[in-house]
Design a protein around this ligand. Structure first.
Ligand code: VGL
Ligand code: ZN
Length: 200
């Protein structure tokens, strides 16, 4: 590949897992694969970056204020916490998104660290031009992030077996996958990834 890769773990939070306020069917089923992949990137010395949906209690993102969604991932609540089984390395970079009460944003490229750094500048600083994406939800944040990444000139590889969709309508995830592929995103599986990544 000859590129510097990083792993982006998208929104694996309680509210997006079964039993949560916006539970993605089988959302938690990807966690063992995601953990193995986090371990692999760590052993190779490659960056692993996490995002979280991080909403104020009142936002146009929520149904009661004109948006599409039930209340979920409200800052500081249990639902907004990362799933307890997700293995987050100490000191890992975490970016939050959805803090604006007025805008409905899904892409990780609209997420920020507590210091106010955005994903694009963080990747640039790390020398990353190839982004592997896993997490939730296929038809929203994963989709928006992959399309945004391609648009910004990155090589985007979505880990097909480590994403799950909300499926407001049946087929939304499959359609999102087709759309990402049509725009130039690549797909791979977590199994066999060890062979695909540079050794260092
Ligand atoms: C998301 C629905 C609502 C996501 C966030 O991150 O995929 N989906 N809020
Ligand atoms: Zn949200």
């Amino acid at each position: 590949m000859g590129q510097r890769a990083a792993l982006l773990v998208v929104d694996i939070q309680n509210d997006f897992c079964p039993g949560g306020a916006l539970g993605v069917p089988e959302g938690d089923a990807i966690i063992p694969r995601v953990n193995r992949t986090i371990g692999l990137f760590g052993r190779r010395g490659l960056p692993v970056i996490f995002t979280r949906d991080w909403h104020p209690r009142e936002t146009k993102h929520f149904k009661e204020f004109g948006g599409a969604w039930p209340v979920h991932c409200v800052q500081g609540t249990k639902g907004a916490r990362f799933h307890p089984d997700l293995e987050i390395p100490k000191g890992a970079m975490v970016l939050s998104k959805g803090m604006d009460q007025e805008v409905d944003s899904y892409s990780a490229f609209q997420a920020f660290t507590v210091q106010g750094r955005d994903l694009e500048s963080a990747l640039h600083e790390l020398g990353v031009d190839e982004l592997f994406i896993c997490g939730l939800a296929t038809d929203y944040c994963v989709r928006a992030t992959a399309l945004d990444g391609v648009r910004r000139g990155l090589t985007i590889r979505v880990l097909r077996d480590a994403i799950r969709g909300v499926e407001v309508k049946r087929g939304d995830s499959e359609n999102a996958i087709k759309e990402m592929r049509a725009h130039g995103a690549h797909f791979s599986e977590t199994r066999g990834l060890a062979k695909l990544l540079p050794k260092s």
